[in-house]
Write a protein that binds this ligand. Sequence first.
Ligand SMILES: *[C@@H]1O[C@H](CO)[C@@H](O)[C@H](O)[C@H]1NC(C)=O
Ligand SMILES: *[C@@H]1O[C@H](CO)[C@@H](O)[C@H](O)[C@H]1NC(C)=O
Ligand SMILES: *[C@@H]1O[C@H](CO)[C@@H](O)[C@H](O)[C@H]1NC(C)=O
Length: 343
Amino acid sequence: MARGARVLQPLSFIVRPFFFFFFCCFFFFLYSTAATQYSSQRIQDDWWTYKDSVQGSFVPGPGFWGLVNSAWSLCAAGKRQSPVNIETGRMIFDPFLTPMRVNLGGNKVSGTMYNTGKYVALRLDKEHLVNVSGGPMAYSHRLEEMRLHFGSNDVRGSEHLLNGQAFPGELQLIHYNQELYSNVTEASHNPSGLIIISIFVKISERPNLFLKRLLNRDTITRITYKNDAYLLHDLPLSSLYPDTQSYITYDGSLTTPPCHETTTWVIMNKPVYITRVQIHSLRLLSQNQPSQIFHSMSDNVRPTKPLGNRCIRTNINFSTPSKDCPNKKPRKLQYRVNEWILK
Ligand SMILES: *[C@@H]1O[C@H](CO)[C@@H](O)[C@H](O)[C@H]1NC(C)=O
Ligand SMILES: *[C@@H]1O[C@H](CO)[C@@H](O)[C@H](O)[C@H]1NC(C)=O
Ligand SMILES: *[C@@H]1O[C@H](CO)[C@@H](O)[C@H](O)[C@H]1NC(C)=O
């Protein structure tokens, strides 16, 4: 046995450089395909996927997002990335978190639903202004887009986890800072740019009225393929934002490339419900165009990222004291501001 081990030892010196060589070749291959076949910026923005699977040609999955495009380097190197696993035992009760205010600007609105190939998106008509403020926000934020993430079965689908558990889906309401920025593109790569209100999706016999309009058979089958769009009227907006004032908040990033760390997440302490038939119809959406092979959009989820030294705050008052967050204990200041004025 000991002899055999000794014989193997020198072999590893040969094997390791070989692995390294193949690894380098693989990356060179990635970069060269990216450079030659996908030179157009627009196509490159779209050149990522949720699974490292190969559908004819290589498309980078979450582990590669930060490596294939220099504009996306935060996806790999960022330390304030989303989604995260929320451990409720480690949340900090913050009594200074005020209730959020939602200004719907009327109830019935029109909007367009899209199959982006990555997720289901809904954008309201340009003239319709929905804004949120209060809570962890210092500014008023305007609703830009809703995105739906969902799983191929009921034990996965949400991007955020709660004590390690996923929900069948997650609805993300993306708002941009309308006081500092003129549009979502500008806001998404600038400080305090985005607020994303996240609502977990659960299965029930009694669906949410807003989602019912989006997910009924007549509607959802209009966006079966990538780039399909469908205009909807009279959407009952008031049933979209959950009627709860409890939420959980932390600072993170976009969960899609370019993963900018400009997002404050607000996770509502109340799910929305959709029916079993409705989630099934979501699973029948394709990531691809009709000419390509069917590939279900489900499991469009980025794996969770480490929380690092970030805090997860909540306005839910737990009776049991929670562990203190490092940020909540201000260090003793070494200087006093304007000390000389008081002399
Ligand atoms: C929020 O929306 C309402 C109507 O939708 C509008 O009247 C109000 O001015 C908006 N608030 C800000 C800060 O833009
Ligand atoms: C967003 O706003 C910036 C700055 O005002 C502008 O340069 C850019 O063209 C706008 N983009 C879109 C898509 O409207
Ligand atoms: C939080 O709950 C504790 C125990 O019920 C109570 O004593 C305390 O006043 C509450 N704090 C706030 C800010 O509501």
